[in-house]
Design a protein around this ligand. Structure first.
Ligand code: NDP
Ligand code: BG6
Length: 516
C-alpha cells in the first residue's frame, strides 16, 4: 500500500559540549587505511568547526619512513578524498601547522623514547599541557607492544597525576573471543585505568544510533508499550551490498559474527532493549547496557544449531553488476568456510522481554544496504475490520521501524480508514525522515567519538565488562559452530536477501524478514 511520508528536521536536542582541553593526539599506525579514510578527515573537520583546541599537535607514528612533510602531503590527499567538507587552503594551512610525524617500530623502546622527546619538544614550543590522547590505529597484533611501551616509557600519567591526563582509544576488533578480550583488558589495565580507555564502536557515533535512546527516553509514549505485553518480536538487520573489498585476509579470520554481530549488532540490541538509565552519562548508560547483555539467554550447542544460520555468498548480480563469489575474492581460500552472513534468534531473560524473540541478521553482498531495527507489535486482540480491508492488504499489526541507514528516519505503520464510504481500511506509515542536508552537515561518527574522547566522555565507548559480555554471547556461537558440521557453502547468491535457511528460521515462528 502506498505510504504517506512527512519529512521533518532532526530534533534540536543539544547536549552542552564542554570545550575539549588542549591535548596532543598521537596516532599509532598513521600510515594506514583507517587514519587516511577516517581519522585525518575527522580531525580536519573538528578543527574547521573550532572543536579542536588551537595549537593542539597531532602526531602520526608508524614504521613507514616519512617526515613531517610527507605525512602532511599524505594527509592533504586523504582529506581531499574523504572529508565531508571540501578542503580549503586557509583551513588546510592551519591544520597542517599542527601535523607532525615520527617514524618508528611499535615494540622498540628507543623509538618510543624518540616519540616522547618529540612530544615534549612540541608541547614546550606551543606551551600546551602534556595531555595525551593515544589512538591505536594498527592491527590488533601491535596493540600489546605499544601499550607495553607506553607503560615502560612513563608516558602514561597515573590517574591524571600532575593535572595531566593520558587516554587511549582502541579500535575493533577488541579480541577474537572472550579469552583474548580478557587478556587485552588485562594488558590495558596494567598501564591504563578503565576510565582512561576508550574502545571504539563507530556505530555508537552515528546520529541515528544515538537517536535510539533519545527516541525511547525523551518521549513518554513509547516506553509503556516497549515490552513483552505489546511487542511480538524485534528484527535487527545490518545488510550490506558491498563485499569484503581488499580485506580478505582480515575477513577470513573474522567472519560476519565477529565483524558485525559481536560489536555493532549487540550495541544496537542493547540500546533498544536496555532499561532507562538514571542519567545520560558513561556510568549509568553503560551499566544498563551491560545488564541487558548479561540477560541474553545462554545457548547450548543444540540451541545454536536451531537458532542460527550461517551463509556465504556465491556469484551473483549486485546493483546490476556481476559480483564474484566470496571464495573468489583476493586473499580468500578457495574452500573457505568463513561466514559472510549470519541469521539468528535470541531471547533476553528479563521481565521486560521474557519470551520475546529477537531476530538478527547481517550479511555482505546482500540485495541492498539497509540497517534497520523493526519493532513488531502484537495483533489487536479482536479483529473487527478484516472484511473492510482494501484489496491485497491484510490487517498487519503495528510496526515501528528505525532506519539507521540509509534513508535515515523512523516510521510507524498503522491502519486508517480510506476517506468515503463504504468503510475501507488500509495501512499507512507515519514517517519521520531526516532532512538529508541536516545529516550530511552532522559530524561523522569519528568526529563525534574523537571529540568525546578528548572531552573525557566515554558514554559512547564500550566498557571492559560490556565487551566481555558481548564476547561471552559470541563465544557460544563460535564454540557450537566448531562442533557442528559446516554448512554447504556458498548458500546464497550475491545480490539476494541471504540463504533460504534464514527464511525458514523466522518462518518457523510464523514471521518473515522485513523485505530488503
Ligand atoms: P592497516 O592494515 O592499514 O594498518 C595500519 C598501519 O599499521 C599500517 O599502515 C602499517 O603501518 C601498520 N601495520 C600494518 N600491519 C602491521 C603489522 N602486522 N604489525 C604492525 N604494524 C602493522 O589497518 P587499518 O588502518 O585498516 O586499521 C587499523 C585498526 O583499525 C585495525 O585494528 C582495524 O581492525 C581497525 N579498523 C579499521 C577500519 C577501517 O575502515 N580501515 C574500520 C574499523 C576498525 P607501518 O607499516 O607504517 O607501521
Ligand atoms: C566495520 C566492518 O566495522 O563496519 C565492515 O569491519 C563493515 O566490514 C562496516 O563494512 C560497516 O560500517 P557502516 O558504517 O558502513 O555501516
Amino acid at each position: 500500500m502506498s505510504a504517506q511520508a512527512t519529512t521533518a528536521t532532526a530534533p534540536d536536542l543539544v547536549r552542552p559540549e564542554p570545550a575539549a582541553e588542549p591535548c596532543t593526539i598521537v596516532i599509532f599506525g598513521a600510515s594506514g587505511d583507517l587514519t587516511r579514510r577516517m581519522l585525518l578527515p575527522a580531525l580536519y573537520n573538528l578543527m574547521v568547526d573550532k572543536a579542536l583546541p588551537p595549537q593542539c599537535p597531532i602526531v602520526g607514528y608508524a614504521r613507514t619512513e616519512w617526515g613531517d612533510g610527507e605525512f602532511r602531503e599524505h594527509a592533504k590527499q586523504a582529506i581531499g578524498e574523504f572529508s565531508r567538507r571540501p578542503i580549503d587552503s586557509a583551513s588546510w594551512e592551519r591544520f597542517a601547522e599542527n601535523l607532525f610525524y615520527v617514524a618508528g617500530e611499535y615494540d622498540k623502546t628507543p623509538h618510543h623514547s624518540r616519540l616522547a622527546d618529540r612530544l615534549e619538544q612540541l608541547e614546550h614550543e606551543r606551551t600546551v599541557p602534556g595531555n595525551h590522547l593515544y589512538h591505536l590505529a594498527v592491527p590488533p597484533s601491535a596493540y600489546a607492544p605499544i601499550i607495553h611501551e607506553l607503560g615502560q616509557g612513563g608516558h602514561v600519567r597515573p590517574h591524571g597525576a600532575g593535572g595531566r591526563w593520558s587516554r587511549i582509544i582502541i579500535e575493533k576488533p577488541f579480541g577474537r573471543d572472550l579469552e583474548s578480550c580478557r587478556n587485552l583488558n588485562r594488558v590495558l589495565h596494567s598501564v591504563f585505568s578503565e576510565d582512561e580507555v576508550y574502545r571504539i564502536d563507530h556505530y555508537l557515533g552515528k546520529e541515528t544510533v544515538q537517536n535510539i535512546l533519545v527516541f525511547r527516553f525523551a518521549n513518554g509514549i513509547f516506553e509503556p508499550v516497549w515490552n513483552r505485553r505489546y511487542v511480538d518480536h524485534v528484527q535487527i538487520t545490518v545488510a550490506e551490498s558491498i563485499g569484503i573489498g581488499e580485506r580478505g585476509r582480515y575477513y577470513e579470520e573474522s567472519g560476519a559474527l565477529r565483524d558485525i554481530v559481536q560489536n555493532h549488532m549487540l550495541q544496537l540490541l542493547s540500546l533498544v532493549t536496555m532499561e532507562a538509565p538514571i542519567a545520560f552519562n558513561e556510568r549509568w548508560v553503560r551499566d544498563e547496557k551491560v545488564k541487558v547483555l548479561e540477560a541474553i539467554r545462554p545457548l547450548s550447542t543444540e540451541d545454536v544449531r536451531r537458532y542460527t544460520v550461517r551463509g556465504q555468498y556465491g556469484r551473483g548480480i549486485v546493483n546490476g553488476t556481476p559480483a564474484r563469489a566470496y571464495r573468489e575474492e583476493e586473499n580468500v581460500s578457495p574452500d573457505s568456510t568463513t561466514e559472510t552472513y549470519v541469521g539468528l534468534k535470541m531471547f533476553i531473560d528479563a521481565w521486560r522481554w521474557g519470551d520475546v524473540p529477537f531476530y538478527l541478521r547481517t550479511g555482505k553482498r546482500m540485495r541492498k544496504r539497509s540497517t534497520e531495527i523493526a519493532i513488531q507489535f502484537k495483533k489487536v486482540p479482536h479483529l473487527l475490520f478484516r472484511e473492510f480491508l482494501v484489496e491485497g492488504a491484510s490487517l498487519e499489526p503495528n510496526l515501528l521501524s528505525m532506519r539507521i541507514q540509509p534513508d535515515e528516519g523512523i516510521s510507524l505503520m498503522f491502519h486508517t480508514k480510506v476517506p468515503g464510504s463504504p468503510l475501507r481500511i488500509r495501512p499507512m506509515d507515519m514517517d519521520f525522515t531526516y532532512v538529508p542536508t541536516d545529516l550530511a552537515a552532522a559530524p561523522s561518527a569519528y568526529e563525534t567519538l574523537l571529540l568525546d574522547a578528548m572531552q573525557g566522555d566515554a558514554t559512547l565507548f564500550a566498557r571492559n565488562d560490556e565487551v566481555e559480555a558481548a564476547w561471552r554471547i559470541t563465544d557460544e556461537y563460535l564454540k557450537a559452530w566448531e562442533e557442528l558440521p559446516s554448512p554447504e557453502f556458498p548458500n546464497y547468491q550475491a545480490g539476494t536477501s541471504g540463504p533460504e535457511e534464514a527464511d525458514e528460521l523466522i518462518e518457523a515462528d510464523g514471521h518473515s524478514w522485513r523485505p530488503l
